[in-house]
Design a protein around this ligand. Structure first.
Ligand SMILES: Nc1ncnc2c1ncn2[C@@H]1O[C@H](COP(=O)(O)OP(=O)(O)OP(=O)(O)O)[C@@H](O)[C@H]1O
Ligand SMILES: [Mg+2]
Length: 349
């Protein structure tokens, strides 16, 4: 494995991609957790099957690695329909989208990943395609340009985004169903891990499953990745069974801490606490301080840090919560935003 990429980042390397694909659940029943989205989606698909129509357009939003791509594949499989995959960044011109749309077959599922990164003209073409199953192909340029309407077969658009807030209202409104994926509980991640361990033919104790799950940042992709690293450790140490101690030792070695924070999370937290005295500090300043893109900090590190109660968002910027100092093992400075609350706590003991 390369050390250029923290283990708990949700993106993945090429060889790992193959394994990741192999571990993907293939139907809704195998899809762990997200019970509300699963139920609602199952109803949408069931009804479409009864009506013998293609399903309504579906928007899936949520942080990386929670199962958006997996769900889009499941939607196609459940509908018994072919799946076409593309993404917002790949569609820069309306023509790119027209080419895809005009070659769709009836009932096909079109998956557009990172749909918030599509260009404006393509987005406008998509509005009409989603609503009326029609596109206008523009032929010629300037005053002589004419629009030739083209009818499309009914299809289901599945859009995925890590940033639902960036989608323009008109686009969001054209989806018949929006599923927001939430971080998984430790118990749900244990189920994901059990299934993966079985597929990888590994012997793992229950305590080891919870040890790994607890460090997986609520994210199945990370859980699977940590399991593979623990598997490597067990292989090299010639262990027949993976127990909690060896799982913890392996993950400590890979710098995944007890709360599942990786190097990026920790550097964000350290910058917030040490360089900015706990904030408030603007997100882009924080991103520059850790040498990352604002989007990476916002979509990868921040949601988890906020969920864990380590970081707070205020109108004036990001702040370190008291537990951030505690987790880093650093004393909170007297002028930190929560210092008075902390001294209260200290008064009590
Ligand atoms: N509910 C689930 N049950 C079991 N495994 C899951 C589940 N959700 C995701 N996974 C596993 O996590 C991996 C990542 O999921 P997926 O690629 O669908 O995430 P994503 O939301 O599309 O992420 P990104 O935003 O980075 O594209 C999959 O390979 C799959 O093995
Ligand atoms: Mg994806």
């Amino acid at each position: 494995m390369s050390d250029s990429k923290p283990l708990t980042h949700a993106g993945s390397e090429p060889e790992e991609h193959v394994l990741e694909a192999a571990l993907r659940p293939r139907n809704l029943d195998d899809f762990v957790g997200q019970s509300r989205v699963r139920q609602q989606l199952s109803l949408v698909l069931e009804a479409a099957k009864i009506r013998e129509r293609s399903a309504d357009h579906v928007l899936l939003s949520g942080p990386p690695g929670l199962g958006k791509t997996t769900l889009s594949m499941i939607i196609a499989a459940e509908m018994n329909a072919p799946l076409r995959i593309s993404s917002g960044p790949a569609i820069q011109h309306a023509g790119d989208l027209a080419a895809i749309l005009s070659s769709l077959t009836e009932g096909e599922v079109l998956f557009l990943d990172e749909i918030h990164r599509m260009s404006r003209p393509a987005e406008e073409m998509l509005y009409m395609a989603m609503e009326d199953f029609r596109v206008d192909i523009v032929v010629g340029k300037g005053a002589g340009a004419t629009a030739i309407p083209l009818d499309l077969p009914p299809f289901t658009l599945v859009g995925a985004t890590t940033r639902a807030g960036l989608l323009p209202g008109p686009l969001r409104d054209r989806f018949g169903f929006t599923g927001h994926l939430e971080f998984y509980t430790v118990e749900e991640l244990e189920l994901v891990l059990r299934r993966s361990a079985m597929m990888l033919d590994l012997r793992v104790t229950s305590a080891a499953f919870s040890e790994i799950a607890g460090r997986s940042r609520g994210t199945p992709r990370i859980a699977n990745r940590l399991l593979r690293r623990v598997r490597d450790w067990a292989l090299v140490h010639k262990l027949e069974e993976i127990d909690a101690q060896s799982a913890a030792a392996a993950l400590d070695m890979y710098e995944v801490d007890s709360k599942g924070l990786d190097r990026l999370d920790r550097s964000v937290l350290e910058a917030l606490c040490l360089k900015f005295g706990g904030g408030p500090v603007g997100l882009s300043t924080l991103a520059i301080a850790v040498g990352e893109e604002t989007e990476t900090v916002e979509t990868v590190a921040e949601p988890y840090l906020v969920r864990e109660g380590l970081m707070g968002r205020t109108p004036r910027g990001r702040i370190a919560m008291p537990s951030a100092w505690k987790h880093l093992g650093i004393a909170m400075p007297k002028d930190a935003i929560f210092a008075s609350a902390q001294s209260y706590e200290n008064d009590e003991d």
